[in-house]
Ligand binder design. Sequence first.
Ligand code: NAD
Length: 374
Amino acid sequence: YGGWADKFYGDVIPVPTSHLNYTRREPAGTVLQITPWNAPVFTCGWQVAPAISMGNAVLLKPSELTPFTSLVVGLLAEKAGAPKGLINVLAGLGQTVAQAAIAHKVVKKVVFVGSPATGVRIAEAAAKRVLPCVLELGGKSANIIFADADLKRAALTAQAAIFAGAGQSCVAGSRLLVQRSIYDEFVSMVATGAKKIKVGSPLDDATEVGPINNRMQYDHIMKMIASGVQAGATLAAGSAERSAGGYFVAPTVLSNVTNQMDVARTEIFGPVVAAIPFDTEEEALTIANDTEFGLAGAVWTNDVGRAHRVAGQVNAGTFWVNGYKTINVASPFGGYGLSGYGRSSGVEALYEYTQTKSIWVETAREPAATFGYL
Ligand code: NAD
């Protein structure tokens, strides 16, 4: 984003009058950024960098569950020579501190990363001041596996897609859509792999999946696993029992899930994947799009035509073909539907962090009279 700072400029528009008409991309002013507890360093850098590169100041309100990393980033920015007041970190609760910040006249735009329910409250509060928002919300992404795919790679990646970070990831591949002819074989590959993943303390080098961030989230995940089993899903890997000595959740694979079950509709935000069978490409698309969310998704196939057809028809802001979870600062990221609006990262983030001014300069020697008397 440092590289973009002097290369994101306005246009000269060939208007049909005697004017020079050009645009300037101007900063919004102070941008309030409200972030969640998962990946706090990433989320902070992801939003702060494009904002300051376009000349905005930042008021960062990290999650009350993970404020320290953002506070340290603020201190390091000051140490690195950023002007005092450019990056401000305001720790505290959302319903008090973040709401007070939205109401304050210094704030000119709100960028929110978090859950849809909070996103609605933030957009309502921002609307009272006609503040523009970017909302980066949750997901229930479909990872679609066709029978002609490279099943070994797909099974490995399906595990990374949902179990990395203990599933506390907005783009997690939480719905695994598998073509019926390979359903049993593929789900068994994923479940066998899931059972081998080492769950434990993040300070132990051998650990592959750590605990859940907080008690509320842990309770929610355990409740969702129990609800899946009660609704008729099969526990192919994982456990519905609570763990002793920490908020550990074993990588969980629920098979024989239908897309109507709560485990296929509600964001679990934990290491729990719901495996749903499908027969045809049309059915896979129908199931993939039968969700309020639209953050991400993937298709696994060796049929190039199908890969592009499916990529073009799934309602999601990010989509992978024969892969999962690759993101990059140069590429736009954001949601469709309940997953939010506006874009973070890529050149699109620079549009979010600027507003356009159109400037008209009269160039005619004797401009035509418009209206009025002297
Ligand atoms: P959350 O909505 O509970 O909290 C996020 C932030 O909002 C926190 O800073 C919190 O203090 C604040 N907040 C809470 N209530 C508020 C209120 N009434 N008014 C103003 N601010 C308020 O979300 P969370 O549990 O911290 O994070 C998990 C969620 O974030 C998941 O839904 C996940 O999918 C989503 N997420 C989305 C992305 C994305 O880019 N789309 C990235 C990461 C996480």
